[in-house]
Ligand binder design. Structure first.
Ligand code: NAG
Ligand code: NAG
Ligand code: NAG
Ligand code: NAG
Length: 311
């Protein structure tokens, strides 16, 4: 009797031990990284923009994530907020971030577009949503290697309206030079665990229950020094396909906090209906189609000098 009980106990312990070993090895593999580690020097640049930051340091570099098929968005930006070169006496430069496409015709068209405008930064990773972090990190690497003289950098998307003039004005007013990050702050976001969401993240990709503070990827701004620091730590951060959270993880490791640019909301990741007076008081607004971009811009330019009610 007693020996049979002991045998059962012994077997249960062996099974339990094996399970513990199995799960601990799984977890170790998770943290050792394997495929989930970002390699900061991987890939090579296919296109570099025509700009010499050493000779002509920009105050603000705007990096706009874009893809091959978004030519009309790039054209609208080049005709509107991307056209700004000197604002409040400060230099601004706008560049588009692209990966590669399997379509040879599209690749040729973008190479030609880049030669013509000199405003494309491109590396040889496949341009898909899941590679967005590679795209952002390419922009950050570019600043680190080719334009560390930039006082500020904005990362934004090609369906965004940006009031560059107001952004420069607020940055000058804020008077910060280092370790500064701003945008639409997300201080307490949680990973989305429903499989069908665009932002689904599995426990394998991100085992923790909370995200660090981060800025909505639609538009965020940081002082130039932050680019080199983020680039520097990026390899020690578990890779995540959500570029804004990934940058947030880098900032947490660097102990760089997020700050508001203004006491009023100026970044609108959810979009906003247009009015001239409202758009004079925002920095960035999401969901603006190319056609609308041109219309809004013209309305703002034409009304220059006209007063708004509460000014
Ligand atoms: C991201 O780009 C790399 C390099 O081109 C490629 O190997 C990988 O398949 C891409 N990721 C996805 C999810 O397509
Ligand atoms: C900006 O900050 C510096 C110190 O960091 C200070 O000396 C300077 O007066 C400030 N300028 C403005 C316009 O507030
Ligand atoms: C990069 O990290 C190393 C050590 O981790 C540090 O010594 C160096 O100063 C960092 N460089 C920048 C630009 O932050
Ligand atoms: C941008 O903001 C400035 C300052 O508030 C305003 O005067 C201007 O009309 C706006 N322009 C555009 C194009 O958004």
């Amino acid at each position: 009797m007693a020996s049979a009980k002991l045998r059962w106990l012994y077997m249960a312990l062996v099974v339990l031990g094996a399970l513990c070993l199995y799960f601990s090895m799984h977890d170790l593999a998770l943290f050792r990284g394997g495929p989930l580690i970002f390699k900061k020097d991987s890939g090579r640049f296919l296109q570099l923009p025509a700009v010499d930051c050493r000779r002509d340091p920009p105050f603000l570099v705007l990096l706009v994530t874009s893809s091959h098929e978004q030519l009309s968005a790039r054209t609208a930006i080049r005709k509107t907020w991307g056209r700004e070169r000197v604002v409040h006496g400060k230099r601004t430069e706008t560049f588009f971030l692209l990966g590669t496409t399997p379509s040879e015709a599209a690749a040729r068209a973008v190479a030609q577009e880049g030669r013509r405008h000199g405003d494309i930064i491109q590396k040889d990773f496949l341009d898909v949503y899941l590679n967005l972090t590679l795209k952002t990190m390419m922009g950050i690497e570019w600043v680190h290697h080719f334009c560390p003289q930039a006082a500020f950098v904005m990362k934004t998307d090609s369906d965004m309206f940006v009031n560059v003039s107001y952004l420069v004005e607020l940055l000058l007013r804020k008077n910060r030079t280092a370790r500064f990050v701003t945008g639409f702050l997300k201080m307490h976001d949680l990973p989305i665990r429903h499989k069908h969401s665009k932002w689904f993240v599995s426990r394998y990709e991100y085992p923790w229950d909370k995200y660090p503070p981060f800025c909505s990827g639609t538009a965020y701004v940081f002082s130039g020094d932050v680019a080199s620091q983020v680039y520097n730590v990026s390899e020690s951060i578990p890779f995540l396909k959500l570029e804004d959270v990934f940058v947030g993880l880098c900032l947490a490791k660097l102990r760089i906090g997020l700050e508001e640019l203004h006491s009023e909301q100026t970044f609108f990741p959810g979009g906003l209906s247009f009015s001239i007076c409202r758009f004079r008081r925002i920095v960035a607004c999401h969901h603006v189609q190319p056609q609308k971009m041109l219309i809004y811009w013209k309305a703002l330019e034409d009304s220059e000098g006209e007063a708004c009610p509460a000014e």
